[in-house]
Design a protein around this ligand. Structure first.
Ligand code: HEC
Length: 191
């Protein structure tokens, strides 16, 4: 029974970009995009120590979120009409992203998302999904914003950890054990 709890750290295809209906959240992502100048160059890049602090924050958030998704699915989801942990995660991530500086999204990595919105939205996320599918645990990039500050972008793997996931995502049954079916995409400040 315990085995799934720590299994959320495995290995993940490519998402398709879709035209979006504009919601406040999407607007905030669009605004974020405007702020991103470019990948940070070596001369102005933050120190390795500062980047490592942000990585640590991502690792902490990632652990809490994944443990929560697994716990919600285990304890509260009994049939496919129940409020899915996926839906809970999407809502939680939206609220976290709108209310603070840390942006987080749950994305499909199988090419067949439950919700068309939950796909990679930029080259960084597409590349991250490609690498994670190829076996990487994470993929990251440091970006410089126009105001001179920096952000760490990171994607982490979401493998199928419980039989119950297949109740709603039938095609997860075709994925090799340990292979990622999704990723969590983070954008957090480097300070
Ligand atoms: C009760 C049905 C149900 C179960 C069980 C379920 N999901 Fe989902 N999942 C959904 C729904 C519905 C969405 C779309 C949520 C949204 O966008 O609001 C979703 C979205 C996702 C996404 C985002 C990509 C996409 O397909 O839209 C991932 C990744 C995901 N689920 C993984 C999992 C994993 C891993 C498990 C098992 C721990 C799981 N799900 C269990 C219903 C379910």
């Amino acid at each position: 029974m315990k085995s799934f709890v720590c299994a959320f750290s495995g290995v993940a295809l490519l998402g398709t970009t879709l035209a979006l209906v504009s919601t406040p959240w999407q607007n905030s992502i669009a605004q974020e995009k405007d702020k991103v100048a470019k990948p940070a160059d070596e001369t102005t890049k933050p120190s390795e120590k500062a980047i490592e602090r942000s990585r640590k924050t991502v690792r902490m958030l990632d652990n809490i979120f994944k443990q929560t998704i697994v716990m919600v699915t285990d304890k509260y989801v009994h049939d496919d009409d129940d409020f899915a942990a996926g839906s809970a995660a999407v809502l939680l991530f939206k609220n976290v992203s709108e209310s603070g500086e840390n942006k987080v999204r749950l994305l499909d990595a199988t090419g067949d998302p439950y919700e068309p919105e939950n796909v990679a939205k930029n080259d960084f996320e597409r590349e991250g999904i490609r690498r994670i599918k190829a076996g990487a645990a994470t993929h990251e990039q440091v970006v410089a914003l126009k105001d001179g500050s920096h952000q760490l972008r990171m994607v982490t793997a979401v493998p199928v950890v419980m039989e119950k996931c297949i109740m709603c995502h039938a095609h997860y049954a075709d994925v090799k054990p340990g292979e990622a079916i999704g990723v969590i995409s983070y954008t957090i400040p480097i300070e």
